[in-house]
Structures are given as C-alpha cells and as structure tokens.
Design a protein around this ligand. Sequence first.
Ligand code: SF4
Length: 250
Amino acid sequence: MSLNAETACRVFDVQRFSIHDGPGIRTTVFLAGCPLRCAFCQNPESFRPDAADLMTPRAIIAEVLKDRDYYAVSGGGLTVSGGDPLLHVAPVRALLEEARRNDLHTCVQTSGAVPEANLAAVLGLVDLFQLDLKHMDARRHRALTGASNERVLRAAAFLAERGAAVQFRMPLLPGVNDDDENLGALARFLAGLSVHALELVPYHRLYLDKYASLGLEPRLRDLQPPSAADRERVVDRLRRHGVAARIEPL
Ligand code: SF4
C-alpha cells in the first residue's frame, strides 16, 4: 500500500505485551518526535524522526490486532507513546481512527507540551490519556525538560474540563522533584481539577545504554532510583495532601 505523507506514522518501536502503559495487556506503538528534551528521557530514539520507520496506520493496526484475544481477556488495547505522539496530529489521528474502526481501546501518552488544537483533534478518539506532570515550578521544569510547564498545565486543565479520562503521572526523580514544596504544589493543582489520584513512575537507569549507543550524553548520569524509603515518604506526603498515589513497580 502506498504511503500518504500526511498520515504516515514515524514508528521507532512496537512493544507487544506491555503491562505498564494503561489497563490490561497492550501493544505500545512509539512515534518519533517530541517537543521536550527531558534530562531523564528513557526514549532518546524519539529525538531522531529520520531514524524511524514510516508506516501506514492500517499496517500498524494490523500488527496490533495480532494480540486482540489478549486485550479481550485483560481489558487492554493500543497505547500510543513516543516521543509525544500528539506533536504531529494528522498521523496519530489517522492511527486512532483506524483503531476505532477495529474496536480497540485506545490510550495516548502525552507530555502535554502540545497545542490545545492537537488535543482537541483526538479528544473523541482516546479512551484514556496519560499525562506527566514533571515539575510544578516553571523554572525548574524548564531546566529539567527544556521548556516551561505552562503549556503542560494548560493541557491538563483543557482535558479535565472536557471530561476526558486522564491518568496523571509523575516521574519520581529523587532530589529533583520529590521535595515537599513540589508535592504540595502538585496536590493543589490536582485538587483544582478535582483529581485525587496520581501514578508515580520511579526513575530507573536502564536507559543509559541507549544514550551511549546513540552517542548522547545523559544529563542525569549519576541520579539513582528512589529507595524504598523515598517511595514511602512521597506516597505518604501525597496522601496527607489528599492524593492517593500508586507507584509503579521498579
Ligand atoms: S516528554 Fe517524554 S519522550 Fe519527550 S523528552 Fe520528555 S521523557 Fe522523553
């Protein structure tokens, strides 16, 4: 089948049997391109759109449908990740439409650092958004990701106000964003959206080899994953602020 340049997806990975990218057993499709450059990014391949494979939405969904039986028994489906899949909206919209035609549950992971028009364009095609709140302080967010958090916070409010199902997440980076001030600000922001749950994604170091193979220098080379005590303290702090935090296993 010929590629439509407008809706072809730049795919740098497809992971079957994912169990940490939304409910149930899922296939996660990673699309290249991201507006941010996070110091802890686990997917630096996404910074190189030219190195990804161009695929039609139909070819991607044909791959995803191979595990349809697993989705049916587990409540799973398709997760679109990146990079930020909402950076280029025409391809992801075409992909989600193809998923809809095949009755797949759809989850989209976004940085939120995209125009509201891009969020609006996929709103009716996404069963669950996962949106990361990396730091509540604009200056520290910029130091960590290369951009202010202004657009991310607006995206969070935009989705919440429209009744979209959103799972808010925070990468847990010891000594970077796990201080009381940030956790308190995060809890107040979520309360303003009538949200009282948060997913914590503990930092890990497995991605460092990728940087070496791509010739990139990891900025958080010396950062260690959160200890059990770190994780307990953060969950407890958030609970005191009225937020039920669930922590992903390391
Ligand atoms: S938003 Fe995600 S994919 Fe983009 S740079 Fe940050 S961690 Fe990497």
